[in-house]
Design a protein around this ligand. Structure first.
Ligand code: DGL
Length: 266
């Protein structure tokens, strides 16, 4: 059985784990939440690179992983190139804001991108944006909105703070774009867990785009696994550098997974 390591700054990568569980039933998944150091989005690039290196080394040393999924846009933006250089023998799949799929569905050509400050300010995101803008069939405008505090409120499972932050960031986004936006990219793996509140703030006219399924399919291709498998999945192993109970609760709340998370010293 193949083993895939998955990490995120915290519980947000569970949105990617959910898709991986559905697409790769015969694979053992080892999920590592760096909740002791979350959120990454408002930390220095150096810190995110250092933590990503530690988490990858821990996953390799403890579980002999066949591939790694960086279930975090911020860590992908800042650390994936370095990790690929340090671990040339390890297939690594990252997560990037789904700008191209958003262009494919947007009619108004005004697209919002909700992401962390770290992702939006990264050179990798700027490159992706330029590339998608230059290859779109008609002009398209991206409006990036850094959602400070949102990943942290999801980490803490704080519904009142969450509602307030979703409305505040959506207002700021709509103000930038003058109300033309019809498509919004969830550029942080935590945000699918605030989807209802974001939809409430954005209104029914706006389509939300998530990346979990695309990442899971890419991982399946990288591992060269068949498209449909009857294999019954082993339950994932969950680890957290912070409070394992919080990860256990989050996995049960959002994924219906009855798995006891353990503490990691990564
Ligand atoms: N879930 C991560 C992302 O996709 C990071 C959120 C954070 O820790 O700030 O960007």
């Amino acid at each position: 059985m193949k083993t895939v390591g998955v990490f995120d700054s915290g519980v947000g990568g569970l949105s990617v784990l959910r898709a991986l569980l559905a697409e790769l039933p015969g694979v053992r998944l080892v999920y590592l939440a760096d909740s002791a150091h979350a959120p990454y989005g408002e930390r220095s690039a150096g810190k995110v690179v250092e933590r990503s290196g530690r988490l990858t080394a821990w996953l390799r040393a403890t579980h002999r992983i066949d591939a790694l999924v960086i279930a975090c846009n911020t860590a992908t933006a800042l650390a994936i190139d370095g990790l690929r250089t340090t671990h040339p023998d390890l297939p690594i799949v990252g997560v990037e804001p789904a700008l191209k799929p958003a262009v494919a569905v947007s009619r108004t050509r005004a697209i919002g991108v909700l992401a962390t400050r770290g992702t939006l300010q990264s050179e990798r995101f700027a490159r992706l944006r330029r590339q998608v803008e230059s290859t779109a069939s008609s002009p398209v405008h991206f409006f990036g909105q850094p959602c400070d505090g949102l990943a942290d409120a999801i980490e803490r499972h704080d519904p009142p703070a969450l509602r307030q932050l979703c409305h505040r960031h959506v207002q700021a986004l709509l103000l930038q774009a003058g109300g033309d936006i019809d498509t919004v990219v969830l550029g942080c793996t935590h945000y699918p867990f605030a989807e209802d509140l974001l939809k409430e703030a954005l209104g029914p006219r706006v389509t939300l785009i998530d990346t979990g399924v695309a990442v899971a399919r890419r991982t399946r291709d990288v591992l060269d696994l068949p498209h449909s498998s009857r294999a019954t999945g082993a339950p994932p192993l969950l680890f957290s550098t912070g409070d394992p109970d919080a990860l256990t609760q989050a996995a049960l709340r959002w994924l219906g997974l009855p798995c006891l998370a353990q503490r990691s010293r990564a």
